[in-house]
Write a protein that binds this ligand. Structure first.
Ligand SMILES: NC(=O)c1ccc[n+]([C@@H]2O[C@H](COP(=O)([O-])OP(=O)(O)OC[C@H]3O[C@@H](n4cnc5c(N)ncnc54)[C@H](O)[C@@H]3O)[C@@H](O)[C@H]2O)c1
Length: 352
């Protein structure tokens, strides 16, 4: 598929599709040619905005996947649909970009990995924070050994979405559709970032909670039970001996979307808050630790990467170092499931 325009179809025209559309509009060598949603209102709103002809607006995702003018597919639907849809795209012989987390449960994942092994296709999973300049620059500095051997990591993902007044029982609060709550929604980004920056997570011990326990159903005022977590803290062992301390929550008043990350090594420290994606706070090397202290630097401009451009490039056969693929999504899903199980069973779980 070298040297051509990639014609993309998007399944799921909800909240996150807006970021995909914006990213694809700014990307090179790509055009959005088809959209799909079971909700005709959302489908047509997106179709109108993108000026897509009625015959390329689909309510059945199979029709979008098999559509002749679609070269590659992006999946932006609730978690429980990702694996089946990805399998269908791969069977159609097309590249696929899947929103995170890979699935609602790891149980579904081996079938997808087997299919991909048999019928390889370019693929990506949207661990969006990998593309931010602070994260990519931190990875470079850590890779160069600038803070020595990593000892400990503190990571927080803070949102307040559980407290939004009147929020109903959308799929995120339903275990059969989402799998986990804050763990898979927010925690999976941190799990990926930790693997990307530091190394493989080998074992976890967690405590999860559901603080907002009931909500009105989507289509009636009947009250139902929330079946996913909205808070989780967990410890993780990382290969090489480091220990990471994670907190993910949708119950943090005052935070709409905050990610804080501190990495402490034998020879220094790197900290960032992704509300300021162009800044790192750091001490690099023992001399700086002793004399300069923690100081702010601006990240060089070349460290910005685009998630959507990366998918286009991958689909067109160009390697992208910063992007995660389905195999990495699978590892992260295994860890998400282990975190939830660890809390349920009150014990450490090894990731095998
Ligand atoms: N990368 C990120 O940072 C990030 C951020 C937000 C959401 N997400 C992920 O994106 C996915 C979607 O989240 P969202 O917030 O956009 O949810 P959403 O509920 O706003 O949108 C989902 C859309 O999928 C549609 N849909 C449901 N079943 C369908 C089907 N069978 N065929 C076609 N369309 C179908 C729904 O009608 C809805 O419009 C989730 O997996 C979520 O975890 C990722």
């Amino acid at each position: 598929m070298e040297n051509k325009i990639l014609r993309v179809g998007i399944i799921g025209m909800g909240r996150i599709s807006g970021a995909h559309i914006d990213g694809l509009k700014k990307a090179e060598d790509v055009k959005i040619v088809a959209v799909c949603d079971i909700d005709e209102q959302k489908l047509n709103a997106a179709g109108d905005r993108l000026e897509i002809a009625p015959e390329y607006r689909f309510t059945d995702y199979h029709d979008l996947i098999s559509c002749d003018i679609v070269d590659a597919v992006e999946i932006c639907t609730p978690n429980y649909l990702h694996v089946q849809m990805a399998c269908d795209v791969i069977c159609a012989g097309k590249p696929v970009n899947i929103e995170k987390p890979l699935s609602d449960t790891y149980e579904k994942v081996p079938a997808l990995l087997e299919l991909l092994e048999k019928y390889p296709q370019p693929n990506m999973i949207c661990f969006s924070y990998r593309f931010l300049p602070a994260v990519r620059y931190a990875r470079k500095l850590i890779g160069e050994g600038k803070i020595g051997k990593i000892l400990t990591v503190n990571i927080e993902y803070l949102q307040s979405g559980s407290f939004v007044e009147g929020r109903r029982m959308e799929w995120r609060f339903v275990k059969s559709k989402s799998g986990t709550g804050a763990i898979g929604d927010l925690g999976v980004h941190l799990i990926d970032m930790t693997r990307y920056l530091i190394g493989e997570i080998t074992s976890v011990c967690a405590r999860k909670r559901t603080f907002v326990k009931q909500r009105k159903m989507l289509d009636s005022d009947i009250i139902g039970d929330v079946t996913t977590d909205d808070y989780c803290s967990f410890l993780a062992d990382i290969e090489g001996g480091a220990v990471a301390n994670f907190t993910v929550t949708r119950c943090a008043h005052g935070h709409s979307n905050t990610i804080k990350y501190d990495i402490f090594g034998t020879d220094g420290v790197i900290s960032f808050n992704l509300n300021d994606p162009w800044e790192l706070w750091l001490c690099l090397g023992i001399e700086e630790v002793k004399t300069v202290g923690l100081h702010r630097i601006s990240v060089p401009e070349e460290y910005l990467a685009s998630q959507e451009q990366s998918f286009v490039d991958i689909a067109l056969g160009r390697f992208k170092e910063e992007a995660a693929d389905i195999k990495e999504g699978a590892v992260c899903q295994k860890i998400v499931d282990a975190v939830a199980l660890s809390s349920d069973e009150n014990r450490w779980i090894d990731i095998v």
